[in-house]
Design a binder for this molecule. Structure first.
Ligand SMILES: [Zn+2]
Ligand SMILES: [Zn+2]
Length: 389
């Protein structure tokens, strides 16, 4: 055997080691080890004397870990699977393909006792004895799902766990994806003779395997279609999931939650969930990166004479802003450490911007005082600069 085939085994085509370990194909080495240890412990013959099912499971788990627990063997196995996925046949090509419950072709063949009929027919069809395991559906990754969530301003700063209700494609609940009316028995699809695909073209190198149009690749057909999905086997499922929105998320951000999308088929991994986050604005505070912003209305006299102005902080005690005499409109003061919490746990700043307020109405005393002020400051060349040559 050539070196590059070392460790490869023929039975890989029929075994899904990831499924045995209850993992997705992209599971980390640590997860594989963890899953193996857990399953090996649960199914160990020493702790389950006389339980043959557990004994078998233990052997299967050990076999799976022997391959996918070894970096080099796992790489070969993955490569083999991807080749098989692109070249092989099986249900799940194109339409059909919803696993769900339903019937297993092997069981059906066994029911018929294998005396002539279908068993032999398969033998003939595929050139003797070795019937390909057409029911060995390939793992398929679940679809990505898009959704949106609206969260409060402070939740966006601190991070929050939200409950999302998702509707996604799933096997029809009435027929478990078989497409048949519950209680009716399936029979082998006459169109494809149970293969799930049909060969188009004239044969030879240019023939193409296509998903059988009659059974949609499910290999089985029913006399009566499922009343819910009218035979398609498709439905939708709603589920609620908890999603963690990380601290510091911005309005309009699209967050990817790996593995929270639609479930995979045949042991394939979940798709991803993309959440577009809407952040409700705060009545008082705004945000600029790790800093919070606030507009502080001050009166003309406070700005001109200087003042101590009390302003709120988010989730903390108010602080006093010291305006020096002659503070211009629009000046921003930095209050250190009163901003948003950063990734490293430290805090950004609060940026307080002065908005000088002009009173809309004046009582008599105030008017007299302002007129006196005008008289005192008359001749100030405020707009001279506009007319400079
Ligand atoms: Zn068919
Ligand atoms: Zn149905």
């Amino acid at each position: 055997m050539a070196d590059n085939n070392e460790g490869f085994r023929n039975d890989w085509a029929t075994k899904d080691f990831y499924q045995v370990l209850g993992l997705a194909q992209d599971a980390s080495a640590a997860d594989i080890k963890k899953a193996y240890r857990k399953l090996a412990r649960e199914n160990h013959p020493d702790s389950n004397p006389g339980d043959d099912a557990k004994h078998e499971k233990f052997k299967a788990v050990a076999e799976a870990y022997d391959v996918v627990g070894d970096e080099a063997k796992r790489a070969k196995y993955d490569e083999f699977r991807s080749l098989q996925a692109h070249g092989g046949f099986g249900p799940g090509m194109g339409g059909g393909g919803f696993g769900g419950g339903g019937f297993n072709l092997d069981d059906l063949l066994r029911d018929r006792g294998g005396s002539g009929g279908l068993g032999d027919m398969f033998g003939d069809l595929f050139g003797g004895g070795q019937r390909p395991r057409t029911h060995q559906a390939r793992p398929r990754r679940g679809a990505d799902v898009e959704t949106s969530a609206t969260i409060g301003f402070t939740d966006a700063l601190d991070g929050v766990t939200v409950s999302l209700r998702l509707t996604s494609d799933a096997a029809c609940a009435t027929c478990q994806g078989t497409g048949g009316k519950p209680g009716t028995r399936p029979h082998i699809c006459p169109e494809c003779e149970g293969a799930g695909f049909v060969v188009s073209g004239t044969g030879g190198a240019f023939s193409i395997n296509e998903t059988c149009p009659a059974c949609g690749g499910r290999q089985l057909v029913y006399d009566e279609a499922c009343p819910t999905c009218h035979g398609s086997g498709r439905g939708t499922s709603a589920r609620s999931i908890q999603a963690r929105i990380p601290a510091g998320v911005k309005d309009g951000a699209r967050i990817r939650l790996k593995g929270k999308g639609a479930p995979g088929e045949n042991g394939g991994p979940h798709g991803d969930l993309f959440v577009t986050v809407k952040v409700t604005p705060h009545r008082v505070f705004g945000r600029k990166g790790d800093n919070l912003t606030i507009d502080v209305p001050v009166s003309f006299d406070e700005a001109a004479l200087g003042a101590e102005v009390k302003i709120p902080t988010l989730g903390g005690a108010p602080v006093t802003l010291k305006l020096p005499p002659g503070t211009p409109n629009g000046r921003t003061f930095r209050v250190r450490g009163k901003g948003a919490t950063k990734r490293d746990g430290s805090k950004g700043d609060l940026l307080a911007t002065v908005q000088v307020h002009v009173p809309a109405t004046l009582d008599t005393t105030a008017r007299e005082a302002l007129e006196a002020y005008r008289a005192a400051s008359a001749g100030t060349p405020l707009r001279n600069g506009l007319f400079a040559p």
